[in-house]
Design a protein around this ligand. Sequence first.
Ligand code: HEC
Length: 191
Amino acid sequence: MASLELNKFAAGILCAGLLAMVAGKVAGGLVHPVYLEQNAYVVDTSALGGAATSPAEEGPSMEPILALLATADVAKGQKAFKKCAACHTADKGGKNKIGPNLYGVVNAGTGGKDGFKYSAPLTGLGGNWDYASLNSFLTKPKAFVPGTKMNFPGFKKVGDRAAVIAYLRSLADSPAALPTAVEIAKEASGG
Ligand code: HEC
């Protein structure tokens, strides 16, 4: 008797399953879904700092940093520089370690420290280390200079980068000028 009850029960489940399958087929035949070619809501990721973009595209799409530099906390930057200090000295005339000495690096030519053997990609970079290029480089060194031998993942937070760059700026006999209001406005409007 108990096994008959069990059979009834099993048959019930089987029927329910069959019914669901048939219903699915019928419904599929009646409804013709239309698939959009594009997501209806397109997510604009261009403002995220361009992790996967090439260096040339990175500049204008970067999060604005210039306005932050004037008020950035140099002491906080000096603290964050501990992450750099494994490879870089910051004092005037300091020796090159795994990376070059960084005294006076703001606005200096890229790859310009005497006696340091830079990688070919960094030597070929050209230009100066201005605030914008430092910002891009310190966001993700290997994205801005593919093939660089600087093994540092970068700072995700723009505030951290601003603090470190403000600290780098202080490492000079006469620190580079802070960005002007015009430069800040230009950057905010996308370069
Ligand atoms: C693991 C070691 C390492 C760490 C950590 C590191 N760097 Fe570097 N850095 C290097 C090396 C090596 C180079 C030379 C890169 C090349 O030649 O490709 C370099 C190059 C640079 C340059 C270019 C200098 C020039 O003369 O062109 C800057 C600016 C710089 N680093 C800043 C920083 C800052 C700021 C930090 C911390 C946030 C940091 N680095 C952390 C190893 C490091």
